[in-house]
Design a protein around this ligand. Structure first.
Ligand SMILES: [Zn+2]
Length: 407
């Protein structure tokens, strides 16, 4: 099977994850796909193939050199987003894309257009894999899996390319934030790894947000409104007062790049009790800590104004910026850079305004930057991937393997 056939086969599996089930993998259908991949890895002659009860599939391409070479890994996730169905994906290849609108659905009412998605124009003349407008495509992240497995097959078929031991890892439940959760870093046994889970060609990411969540509960006092004078305390009004203390410009809708924010994600209110929920994000660790301190300060101010136990704050760190784990091992970025340049890809380093499995893995002891897999418009019906982007990602994997052995 070639790279494209492999990808098309993979997206025929429905592997949508589900936040609500509380088990790993979150959906049994991910295990069905994992079993299929396991058989494929066996047929390709990879070694040390293991699939654990949580759906983590690992395998090894053995070294073909005598000398000591660091063991490295490539990782991608098997699940697709809960945001859009991934059942009965029916992809189509638009060959030699001419830069015009693409009618996705047979009825012609769902259109992938450069007017809404100007990034399409960067792929004129290429072959685009698109959906039929009814499902997502699943390039996130089955493109990564297809690229990794095709690269391993290519290395096996080309023993003249010298490389060390390569590990591959495929995990469930990335889309619900649990991909790294039960990932056995020790068993994976790599000095470092890369997730193949980015978008546009050239993307290389090793900085993500530091993240915390905060929930503030405001206690009021409900009294019959006819008898409420000097007795009632309306917790909704206190919540409103609190929301006004938090800088309104430091919100996702007003920030980009390295700017952090407080994101108000929920309000529930009655006179007696109200709750507001925030997520706090910042790339800079000091600024992140400062934002958390600010939350504490606002709560203290409310309590000074309305009485000691009026507001209670529950705040918890969610994940951290992997940069602090990558900085001491910058050669793993350098080699990815060099590999991209060697295969004609211009590296594009940018901060992730979110988290990644790689960040969690980095804090579990496996430094793990993220490299493009080539897909665009993730998590919806407009998702597409250029064949040429997949080929470039595969070439980067092969080149990294080669460069690590040549150091
Ligand atoms: Zn992904």
């Amino acid at each position: 099977m070639n790279l494209v056939d492999r990808f098309l086969k993979y997206v025929s599996f429905d592997t949508q994850s589900d936040e609500s089930t509380g088990v790993t993998p979150s959906t049994p259908k991910q295990m069905v796909f994992a079993e299929y991949l396991k058989a494929e890895l066996e047929a390709l002659g990879l070694e040390e193939i293991t699939l654990d009860e949580h759906g983590y599939l690992f395998a090894t391409l053995p070294s073909n050199v005598e000398k000591e070479v660091p063991v490295i890994g490539f990782i991608s996730h098997m699940d697709t987003s809960p945001d859009m169905t991934g059942k009965d994906v029916s992809p189509r290849i638009v060959e030699n894309y001419d830069g015009t609108d693409i009618a996705l659905s047979a009825e012609g009412n769902i259109v992938l257009s450069p007017a809404q998605f100007p990034e399409l124009l960067a792929h004129k003349g290429e072959d685009l894999i698109v959906t039929d407008g009814k499902t997502l495509l699943g390039a996130d992240d089955k493109a990564g899996i297809a690229e990794i497995i095709s690269a391993m097959e290519f290395l096996k078929e080309h023993p003249e390319i010298k490389h060390g031991k390569i590990r591959v890892g495929f995990n469930p439940d990335e889309e619900i934030g649990l991909g790294a959760h039960k990932f056995d870093v020790e068993k994976f046994g790599c000095e470092w790894a890369y997730t193949m889970d980015g978008g546009e060609v050239g993307e290389l990411e090793f900085e993500n947000f530091n993240a915390a969540s905060a929930k503030i509960v405001f206690q009021g006092r409900n009294v019959h409104p006819g008898y409420a004078k000097n007795k009632m305390i309306n917790s909704i009004r206190i919540a409103q007062r609190f929301i006004e203390m938090v800088p309104a410009q430091e919100a996702p809708e007003h920030t980009s790049g390295y700017e952090g924010f407080y994101h108000l994600i929920g309000v529930q209110g009655e006179v007696e009790q109200s709750t507001v929920s925030y997520i706090i994000r910042d790339h800079d660790r000091d600024k992140f800590e400062h934002r958390k301190k600010e939350m504490e300060r606002f709560v203290a101010r409310i309590n000074a104004e309305y009485g000691e136990t009026t507001a209670t704050l529950e705040m918890r760190d969610q994940y951290y910026n992997m940069r602090e784990k990558i900085e001491p091992v910058m050669h793993i970025i350098d080699v990815a850079f060099a590999a991209m340049e060697a295969v004609g890809v211009k590296p594009n380093v940018k901060p992730i305004r979110g988290g990644t499995d790689g960040a969690q893995l980095s804090f579990k002891g496996l430094p793990c930057p993220n490299i493009f897999a080539g897909g665009l418009n993730f998590h919806g019906r407009y998702e597409f991937i250029p064949v040429q982007s997949m080929e470039k990602a595969m070439a980067v994997i092969v080149k990294i393997a080669e460069l690590v052995a040549a150091r």
